[in-house]
Design a protein around this ligand. Structure first.
Ligand SMILES: Nc1ncnc2c1ncn2[C@@H]1O[C@H](COP(=O)(O)OP(=O)(O)OP(=O)(O)O)[C@@H](O)[C@H]1O
Ligand SMILES: [Mg+2]
Length: 247
């Protein structure tokens, strides 16, 4: 388990004094499967195009495959591959669980209690090695991590501006407004939102976008069309990161 969750190497490295230098972003979404990973990779690619070095994290991943090297999650592997430096897997994904279920339930099944501190240590190690670190959440904003602890608490502990990925489908307006309200209630800044056309059959897309622009008190960083096989470069083409660089 220690290999799978990577805690031992994180705590050993935490003994060194590391000064975080990077700017960071926490990527959340209106739900699971709304395109957080695609947007995370796209934002990394867009910022890399500006000449910046990028690293990414998927601190909590439920839904992993057991390999000879340990548990591996597809999101985390893609984020690892997009990084400007190739880091050890455990540095990117400190908590990895095999079943694709709510992470706190997967953790409880193993008798593991997730803690913020090892994730913070891992984040600081990445932040010392890049200009920007992009952290992908899991599911939506208030996904539980354990008793009294949610992903929102992790984002607060990391003190990161948040990017909300709105998966454009019926029901997304309510999810987007609730998420934005909760992000702001956590005392964090909504740095921007990205509309992602995950449902090519959705009706009244323009009207939904108008509503989101009116109601969300943050810049729209891009509207991603439905893409048959999205790549980080294609997503980056649709993103405007100038607002992020100015902040
Ligand atoms: N704009 C798009 N066009 C077409 N397919 C998309 C688009 N955005 C995302 N997808 C696809 O939708 C699926 C879910 O996307 P993604 O894995 O990025 O979601 P997620 O929010 O990161 O999910 P999770 O909560 O599991 O981390 C993937 O197969 C992805 O390739
Ligand atoms: Mg994902």
């Amino acid at each position: 388990m220690s290999d799978a969750v990577g805690i031992s190497s994180a705590s050993a490295q935490s003994k060194r004094t590391l000064q975080p230098q990077a700017q960071g972003l926490f990527i959340t979404g209106t739900d699971t499967d709304v395109g957080k990973t695609e947007v995370t990779l796209g934002l990394m690619a867009a910022l890399q195009r500006c000449g910046l070095s990028l690293l990414g994290m998927k601190p909590v991943a439920a839904g992993c495959v057991l390999t000879a090297e340990g548990l591996r999650n597809e999101d985390a592997l893609r984020i690892q591959a997009q990084g400007s430096t190739l880091l050890a897997y455990s540095a990117i994904n400190p908590y990895a669980f095999e079943p694709p279920i709510a992470p706190h339930i997967a953790a409880a099944q193993l008798g593991v209690e997730m803690q913020i501190e090892p994730i913070k240590t891992a984040y600081q190690q990445l932040a010392a090695q890049a200009d920007w670190v992009v952290v992908e959440g899991a599911g939506g904003w208030r996904v539980p991590l354990g008793p009294g602890l949610t992903l929102a608490d992790l984002a607060s502990a990391l003190d990161l501006p948040v990017v909300l990925v709105v998966g454009l489908r019926l029901g997304c307006l309510n999810h987007a407004l609730l998420s934005a309200e909760s992000i702001q209630a956590s005392g964090l800044r909504l740095a921007g939102w990205v509309a992602n056309r995950i449902d090519p059959t959705m009706a009244a897309v323009d009207e939904n976008l108008t509503t989101l622009r009116e109601w969300l008190a943050a810049p729209c960083l891009g509207v991603i069309p439905w893409l048959p096989a999205p790549t980080p470069a294609q997503i980056a083409d649709q993103l405007v990161v100038a607002e992020l660089l100015r902040a």
